[in-house]
Design a protein around this ligand. Sequence first.
Ligand code: 4AD
Ligand code: MG
Length: 429
Amino acid sequence: MHVYIENLSKHEGKEVTIKGWLYNKRSSGSIRFILVRDGTGIIQSVISKNESQEELFETADRITQESSLILTGVVKKDKRAPGGYEIIAKKLLMIQEAQEYPITPKEHSVEYLMPLRHLWLRSKQQNAIMRIRHELIKALRDFFDDRGFICADCPILTPAAVEGTTTLFEVNYYDLKAYLSQSGQLYNEATAAALGKVYCFGPTFRAEKSKTRRHLTEFWMLEPEVAYIDLDGIMELAEDMTVYAIERVLEKRKKELQTLERDLVKLEKIKKPFPRITYKEAVTIVQKKEKGFKEGDDFGAPHETIISENFDKPVLVHHYPASIKAFYMKRDTEDDTLSLSVDMIGPEGIGELIGGGQREDDYETLLTHIKKHKLTEDTYRWYLDLRKYGTFPHGGFGLGLERTVAWICGITHLRETIPFPRMLDRVYP
Ligand code: 4AD
Ligand code: MG
């Protein structure tokens, strides 16, 4: 019977068949230890040289790393074996002999591994990261689904900028120019008016001009949008969602987190409430370490790191100057220079995980800001309509999936948080 390695413990004492690849092997005298992986786990099989299984031993001797194989044997509990079980092999069939697999069990540099990403994904660490990413996506969707949000997808091909015109990827759209979506937000606002509470989850694109460890040119964003919510409500939603997702990953993916040697205590501390500070208060924190930082400037990666060092939970920074935020941000009625915006800055120097806020809901004000940002009014006609036909207070945010995966996994560079990263200098493989 074909069994996946992750389910082997349910088949103790029984004969099973594993279909996979050779992960590694070692030999000791007349014994061969082969490690087989099938994507769900790794299992050890011990094969000793004796007359009754000469062919089996010969195959074990000959088989190379990453050769595809089918192994049949009996599942045995063994405390010494990695994972607590091993297989007493009866048959080993090599499907294809892989020759000179370029990733050996020794350490390789990331520069070497990046062009081999299609193979690198087979490693134990990358497998763990992908499983955590999957769990996080599932948890985030469950969070919103359980609360009555409707997933309403937004287009990828769009006529307009959301987050400024400097990071747009332009594509030919027949006789027109179109852009790859930077964010589904504007469309979310329309579906929120239609459905009340919505979210979209999909790839977003930014032609980032600099090479940093926190920026991909293609990344996945989860964006909720809610009708009749205010800034406090948005912050609470972000906080509840984050706590829920972390709890789920801790519950379901402890083994993978351990594979990555993640400090679990740090994640276990992620409980409500998260600190909430104004942009002004954040500036004071930054200026203690960096005297030259000017109030009114946007925070860069080093500033976010300084802010995060003061907390062991994500921190919600709100009320940024309107001048450093996007055109759609609603202004504070008490101080027109401030926006009803919020960024959630993650701990351990991971940087901004979430950006969002309340949207400008007054037709004339929004039109003024569109003009001020030198955006073409015509492309935003439909968006302005939302303020013309039953305008409503609303808001939401976008969570960067890869930043969140990086934080949870305790890795610093986003390139390992997505199966095939796209960066300034990489579109291969
Ligand atoms: O702060 P941003 O630009 O916000 C928006 O796009 C809003 N329109 C979302 C909304 O309100 N619906 O991006 C949101 C998040 C950031 O906090 C960050 O986590 C991630 O997206 N992000 C990136 N992740 C990887 N690579 C990049 N180049 C990223 N740019 C933003
Ligand atoms: Mg942002």
